[in-house]
Design a protein. Structure first.
Length: 325
């Protein structure tokens, strides 16, 4: 089958392309850059602008399925480019797919399109969405992108939406935010951290979930691709232990962090870091349990254990020379 992947050189894209090639598909990888970490055979790289309708019609013509992964991730409150890419980009790809006769579109959205702070203790596909103007632009734009997609679905496009939780694990050659922090713990460079918890899902399971959604998902439906709820302390201690290091020793309570964030956030912004910010703390503080039963029952999503992912990640970092000393 001939399939297209936007954002193919990214973290999820690289893993998805590998799985599609392994399954015998002919993949058109759409990105501004070419990744050296995907198979040479079975993949054709093309440049495509997700904000340019003609560009998308040209690259998607003749494909049965398109996986739309392009997104701009940021914890900023406002970012015009992120908003445009995450909303107009989705609609442009969707309309092009409809016009050239793509059989199905799979849109990789995010758990952030759901209001994790306002949903209560349990988050499901029926939970409130990210419309609060106080939420980061990424959260609001990911939901707005889904709204744009649904308008094209109403015109006749067959599409489904997947919402992964916190994505981590191998293979990762750029190091995502979560993988970068786990590497720091594995190096023994994280003696303390912030308390809190988050649902983490292996990137390989996300890729498999996207493929399953293309095959089994119901048109217009959302599927939460969840993994396992982890306290940050347990996850980072596991990474350190697997690498033969000590720590972190303890987690700083949110009561302390809430007093520090207003002072530290402006400093981090000047240094180009958003690790300690109101936005980065919000999801950890909310820590809703994610109900992934719909994806498990309807498309067969089967996430592996946290221990398996962390062990595989540390082994990958060693093999790829990214763990360091």
């Amino acid at each position: 089958m001939k399939v297209a992947v936007t954002g193919a050189a990214g973290f999820v894209g690289t893993n998805l392309v590998h799985q599609l090639v392994d399954q015998g598909h002919e993949v058109t990888a759409i990105d501004r850059v070419r990744s050296p970490h995907v198979p040479e055979h079975g993949v054709t790289w093309v440049e495509g602008d997700v904000l340019d309708p003609q560009s998308m019609r040209t690259v998607l013509d003749g494909h049965e399925i398109v996986y739309h992964l392009v997104a701009m991730i940021t914890l900023a409150q406002q970012d015009e480019r992120a908003w445009t890419i995450n909303t107009k980009g989705v609609r442009t790809v969707a309309e092009a797919a409809l016009e050239v006769g793509v059989r199905r579109m799979v849109h990789c959205s995010s758990i952030h399109s759901f209001d994790q702070v306002g949903c209560g203790p349990l988050l499901s596909e029926q939970s409130p969405r990210s419309v609060d103007p106080e939420l980061p632009v990424y959260d609001r734009s990911k939901y707005a992108g889904e709204v744009e997609l649904r308008e094209v679905i109403d015109k006749g496009l067959d599409a489904v939406v997947c919402n992964p939780t916190g994505v981590y694990g191998p293979a990762d050659y750029g190091l995502s935010r979560i993988n970068g922090l786990l590497r720091s713990a594995a190096r023994g460079r994280m003696p303390v951290l912030v308390e809190g918890a988050f649902d983490l899902v292996d990137v390989r399971d996300v890729a498999a979930g996207l493929v399953a959604a293309a095959d089994k998902g119901r048109t217009g439906e959302n599927y939460l691709l969840s993994g396992n709820m982890n306290t940050m302390l347990d996850a980072f201690r596991l990474a350190a232990s697997v690498a033969g290091r000590r720590g972190p020793f303890f987690a700083v309570p949110f009561s302390v962090i809430n007093r520090v964030v207003p002072l530290v956030e402006p400093i981090g912004a000047r240094l180009g870091s958003d690790i300690v910010s109101k936005a980065s703390m919000a999801a950890l503080m909310a820590a809703p349990v994610v109900d992934g039963s719909k994806a498990r029952e309807e498309i067969g999503h089967a996430p592996r254990s946290t221990e398996d992912t962390v062990r595989d990640l540390i082994a990958f970092l060693v093999r790829s020379g990214q763990l360091g000393s």
